[in-house]
Design a protein around this ligand. Structure first.
Ligand code: IMP
Ligand code: MG
Length: 179
């Protein structure tokens, strides 16, 4: 029988909560006097979005995009596919696009292309994590929670094969189970 996969904590729940306070302060300042449409990329950004949303002090509406690039692996199986679309009219709105992690940048590149085609007034991006070493396209987010080395991480919404999203902290995943 194989050992269970090993999790090594990288960011505690407390450290995440503290960072989100300062991130939200910056976002609140930037959008002072305006209204935001926050577009969250499901499923990974769900926890980050829920926490960030409750720290925003400017009027904010929520919409979600579903984009999938990973099958049951730690490497993208295909180019990102948009599998669920927006319900809102984006024209003339201030869009804050939120994702869990900026890795190769392909997901954010595709999402920003889709959004810009809908003629928003402005578009900014915010990611919980940035893995700059893996970038394939030079994409840079406007706000980043934490920059991390090139390791596969889970927890706080991020999964491996659909697992570990519920962890309140971020962990490095060491695979011991055959995948
Ligand atoms: P990108 O398109 O390569 O930038 O990847 C972005 C998407 O890949 C994210 O929205 C995540 O869902 C997923 N992803 C990338 N790195 C990790 C990781 O370390 N753990 C879990 N999911 C990841
Ligand atoms: Mg994702």
């Amino acid at each position: 029988m194989s050992e269970p996969n090993q999790l090594v904590e990288l960011l505690s729940a407390k450290r995440i909560a503290e960072r989100l306070e300062t991130l939200a302060d910056e976002i609140n300042q930037h959008y002072a006097g305006r209204e935001i449409l926050l577009v969250s990329i499901l499923d990974g950004a769900i926890i980050f979005t829920a926490d960030l949303l409750r720290l925003l002090q400017v009027p904010t509406q929520l919409d979600c995009l579903r984009i999938s690039s990973y099958g049951n692996s730690t490497r993208p199986a295909s180019a990102p596919r948009i599998t669920g679309s927006l319900k809102s009219d984006l024209q003339g709105r201030h869009i804050l696009l939120v994702d869990d992690i900026l890795d190769t940048g392909n997901t954010m590149e595709q999402a920003t292309r889709e959004i810009l085609a809908l003629h928003p007034e402005s578009l900014k991006t915010c990611v919980f994590l940035d893995k700059p070493d893996r970038r394939a396209n030079g994409f840079q987010a406007d706000w980043i929670g934490f920059s991390i080395p090139n390791e596969f991480v889970v927890g706080y919404g991020l999964d491996y094969a659909g697992r570990y999203r519920e962890l309140p902290y971020l962990a490095k995943l060491h695979l011991t189970e055959p995948s």
